[in-house]
Design a protein around this ligand. Structure first.
Ligand SMILES: Nc1nc2c(ncn2[C@@H]2O[C@H](COP(=O)(O)OP(=O)(O)OP(=O)(O)O)[C@@H](O)[C@H]2O)c(=O)[nH]1
Ligand SMILES: [Mg+2]
Length: 332
């Protein structure tokens, strides 16, 4: 099952205790203090694994516990440090402290981050010898490790997001633009989790996200919309996909309203409007392109580029790809 949010507990290792010990050697009646320090407790570390694309490998409530540091020993022996525990996540995962609701780290920016620090080891009595006290009989205890409840919240990072009603052909488009093979079927909400595809050109990669369809009131939680709208928040630009035969202006109005309610910054990111399923028109004359574009240009500022495609038959898909590359080039 696809998962993009989980709650976990991290327990860093406790530091090992310092040791109280005195040298015992033959013929040396009163050996000095030689208790070693305790080892440091292991850390809990979030690490990005570029091969992961979901959080499905982590169970809700899973506990990640790092090893405790070992106690110090006689003969000034330092206890071993506890082993760290690594929590692998896909890039784009945000780590939130469940208690304070504060973002601890965002893996869009960093690939490795210590989320819970292991405790320091205690000091052995060897440490405390001094001219006035040559036989200290005390050592300090290891410090406890940090313990936290965390929420891991994946927000996919794609360059481009496809936004549209269910069943308009978003997955079909991504399957033609890239080598991604999302499920395509003639019913709404076929896509239940974001699917990423890659357009490669020169030495660059453009990542495109196909997200589940958005319907009216998605921003309030209707359909699958709300939980997936967050995935388009981090895209550089958006492509609005409209079904040409199904009152595209009306579709656009509802989609724009939902985007705006969720985060009005998203509106500014629409750079391309795709009219899909042009093969269903009996003739090109059936639609008035000029009128359509004029209406949409009133709704979307700055004026987007328009493409008339058939994902089913592969019509104008290359042109769309060129258009996407061009916009990415301008942005860089
Ligand atoms: N005639 C025609 N049918 C198409 C075209 N593109 C997609 N379809 C069909 O429309 C249906 C929905 O296509 P999908 O690609 O699954 O649509 P989607 O937007 O990803 O749908 P959801 O994942 O449910 O939001 C499928 O039966 C496709 O074969 C097209 O250009 N022309
Ligand atoms: Mg789909």
């Amino acid at each position: 099952m696809f998962k993009d949010i989980v709650r976990i507990k991290v327990i860093a290792g406790k530091g090992g205790n310092g040791c109280v010990s005195f040298r015992r050697e033959k013929y040396v009646p009163k050996g000095g203090p030689d208790g070693g320090d305790g080892g440091k407790g292991g850390d809990c570390i979030i690490v990005v694994n570029p091969h992961l694309s979901t959080l499905s490998h982590i169970t809700d409530g899973q506990v990640f516990k790092a090893q405790n540091g070992e106690d110090g020993k006689g003969k000034k022996m330092h206890g071993a440090d506890g082993k760290d525990v690594i929590i692998e996540v896909p890039k784009g995962t945000i780590v939130i402290d469940a208690e304070t609701n504060k973002v601890i780290c965002d893996t869009a920016q960093v690939d490795r981050f210590v989320v819970a620090r292991g405790g320091k080891g205690g000091l052995g009595n060897w440490h405390f010898r001094s001219p006035t006290n040559q036989a200290p009989t005390y050592a300090t205890k290891g410090e406890p490790g940090e313990v936290k409840e965390l929420i891991l919240d994946l927000r996919i990072i794609a360059d481009v997001g496809l936004v549209g009603f269910p069943n308009v052909g978003k997955s079909s488009i991504i399957s033609k633009l890239t080598r991604a093979t999302p499920k395509i079927a003639d019913y709404p909400f076929t896509t239940k989790e974001p699917v990423l595809g890659v357009i490669g050109y020169k030495d660059k990669r453009i990542i495109i996200a196909d997200i589940p369809g958005i319907i009216e009131n998605a921003s309030k939680g209707a359909g699958l919309g709300l939980e997936f709208l967050k995935h388009i928040e981090r895209t550089k630009f958006l492509i609005l996909v409209l079904e040409i035969v199904n009152n595209p202006i009306n579709q656009a109005k509802i989609l724009l309203k939902e985007l705006k309610k969720y985060n009005k910054e998203l509106l500014k990111r629409i750079r391309i409007v795709v009219f899909n399923k042009i093969d269903l028109l009996s003739s090109e004359e059936e639609i008035n392109k000029e009128e359509l574009e004029k209406e949409l240009a009133k709704l979307i500022k700055p004026k987007p580029k328009f493409f008339y495609v058939s994902a089913l038959l592969g019509i104008n898909i290359d042109e769309l790809k060129e258009g996407i590359i061009e916009i990415m080039e301008q942005g860089n």
